[in-house]
Ligand binder design. Structure first.
Ligand code: ATP
Ligand code: MG
Length: 253
């Protein structure tokens, strides 16, 4: 049903961003960063073995690890971020907070039955979760795939977004980059910027309009992906409809 598009990396566990960073010299696998992160993952007991790097992002790296043989993904927020202006590394604040937030959002979504990797444990700036993928490598991102039945897959994605919202979680960075395709199904990852819509506390108006803005942006990003198949989406009705059950006061109407 799904085929990998050209240009996908052949080397297992190293995606294009990792390979690019090694080539460009911004990431050195033998540098103490990799080794000391591996040591911290083992020392705090998140895993009993670190297999290798799956992805090196702007703010976090994701490792394939094992806990007594069982595979796990471990996301590690970096303590330093590289400055975009090409200067030295800048210290990023509150990474423990970001990790805790993503862990909590993932847990909330998972408890509510949404298709997210089951979170396992968090320690400081690292957390472990179910590994999505197989022996031949991690599940590909939707962005890197050419779907054979895009219409059917889009309805799976929309049902998945509804399930997240139903669980009270609105993803802040929804796009084809943050959906992994595992066993033919969409899995939602990277809930670091997600917000809760089922909470009282802030006023419903603030909460719902923020959720609406985020969801709207996510739907636009997905629209950008599905346009390659000539499929048009209808965020104007989807977004208020998905948030409808939380909108007791008619804020979005
Ligand atoms: N549970 C998982 N199983 C398998 N692979 C995963 C898992 N979680 C993340 N990955 C891989 O790691 C990549 C990056 O993960 P994620 O999107 O959570 O990080 P990121 O926050 O986008 O990084 P950055 O924002 O710093 O670029 C994903 O595209 C995917 O390839
Ligand atoms: Mg991401």
């Amino acid at each position: 049903m799904i085929s990998k598009s050209q240009g996908m990396p052949n080397t297992p566990y190293l995606d294009a961003s990792v390979q690019w960073r090694i080539k460009a010299g911004t990431l050195d696998l033998h540098e103490s960063g990799y080794r000391s992160t591996t040591e911290s993952i083992l020392a705090c007991g998140l895993a009993t073995e670190v297999v290798g790097l799956i992805s090196a992002g702007k703010e976090a790296d994701v490792y394939l690890a094992r806990y007594r043989g069982a595979p796990l993904a471990v996301k590690v927020y970096r303590l330093y971020r590289t400055s975009h202006r090409g200067g030295g590394p800048i210290k990023a604040d509150a990474l423990g907070w970001r990790t805790a937030h993503e862990f909590e959002m993932t847990r909330q979504a998972w408890k509510g039955g949404a298709r997210v990797p089951a979170p396992a444990r968090r320690v400081e700036n690292m957390f472990s979760m179910r590994y999505l993928g197989g022996d031949d490598g991690p599940a590909p991102r939707l962005h890197d795939l050419r779907l054979e039945d895009p219409e059917a897959f889009l309805s799976e994605v929309l049902a998945g977004v509804r399930a997240l919202v139903h669980a009270g979680v609105v993803p802040g960075d929804l796009s084809a980059f943050n959906i992994l395709v595992h066993e033919g199904e969409p899995w939602f990852i990277d809930l670091s910027e997600a917000v809760r819509v089922d909470r009282t506390g802030t006023s419903p108006w603030m909460r719902l309009s923020e959720a609406e803005t985020l969801l709207r942006r996510g739907m636009d990003a997905l629209q950008g992906y599905f346009r390659r198949y000539g499929i048009r989406m209808d965020p104007d009705s989807f977004v208020p409809d998905a948030l409808g059950s939380f909108d007791r006061f008619g804020v979005l109407r």
